[in-house]
Design a protein around this ligand. Structure first.
Ligand code: ZN
Length: 252
């Protein structure tokens, strides 16, 4: 099977932030300071992310992963180094070792970067704006979120998203997700909007509150309204919550 690279659609979110949408499958972000830029997540691997960033800025670029799933680290190959929480290092290596990935890597002649560790509360200084990482173990053991205080945006990967996406073998118990969210709840006054690993645009920060309330509700055993849900791993139960849709327009 021939592998075709894809062109992402690019949406400017605000002065410093661009959203890269790969075929509505996953999303990456470019955050541009005045001395360097950061890519947050690189989608499934069929986009030359670094080349896309170079259309937006001449500044040096760092690559930061929110977690180790393939639809977030797949495009890391266009970078020399990429940051990841060490708790997801083995998951990232596993994601890159499937027969399909091995075949793609060989056919495309690409190589994956060295992974650099992210510390909890680590600050990435982009010049004029910072991204601060916070651990959020739950969806995976090494999930992180990144806070851009300048633009009042929280980048959440799959850690805070429109579903309680916790049914994977590598996901931690639901009570860990609740504990992790409560641990960063004090940040809630510092952002108004959320960009997830699958957003099409800005989402209201209330997503955080609604997900946390729903996770607590589920942990308390309130499953009467849960519904069967088909996903690529089969059928599981979904716990409906919140409002639809939450997307909002950035006002500058
Ligand atoms: Zn994920």
């Amino acid at each position: 099977m021939e592998i075709q690279f894809r062109q992402p659609s690019v949406l400017q979110i605000c002065d410093h932030v661009y959203l890269l949408n790969d075929n509505d499958e996953s999303t990456g972000y470019v955050v541009i300071g005045n001395k360097c830029a950061a890519v947050i997540d690189t989608m499934i691997g069929l986009v030359d992310v670094k080349a896309e960033v170079q259309k937006l800025t001449d500044l040096p670029v760092i690559c930061i992963n929110t977690h180790g799933h393939i639809d977030h680290i797949g495009g890391n190959w266009s970078f020399e180094q990429a940051y990841i929480n060490p708790a997801d290092l083995s998951l990232a290596e596993e994601s890159l070792s499937t027969p399909q990935m091995k075949e793609a890597i060989q056919k495309l002649g690409i190589r994956f970067p060295d992974f650099l560790p992210i510390d909890d509360e680590q600050i990435f200084d982009l010049g004029g704006l910072e991204l601060q990482a916070f651990y959020l173990p739950g969806h995976t053991a090494g999930e992180i979120v990144l806070l851009d205080r300048e633009d009042r945006i929280l980048f959440t990967g799959d850690g805070v998203i429109e579903q309680i996406w916790m049914q994977l073998p590598e996901s931690l118990p639901l009570k860990m997700q609740i504990k992790s969210m409560q641990h960063i709840q004090h940040l809630r006054t510092e952002y108004d909007m959320i960009l997830t690993g699958h957003s099409r645009g800005l989402e209201a920060a209330e997503l955080f509150d609604e997900l946390l309330a729903a996770a607590i509700d589920l942990e308390n055993g309130n499953t009467a309204n849960d519904i069967a849900y088909q996903w690529f791993g089969g059928i599981c139960k979904a716990h409906p919550y919140g409002r639809e849709p939450r997307r909002i327009v950035y006002q500058g």
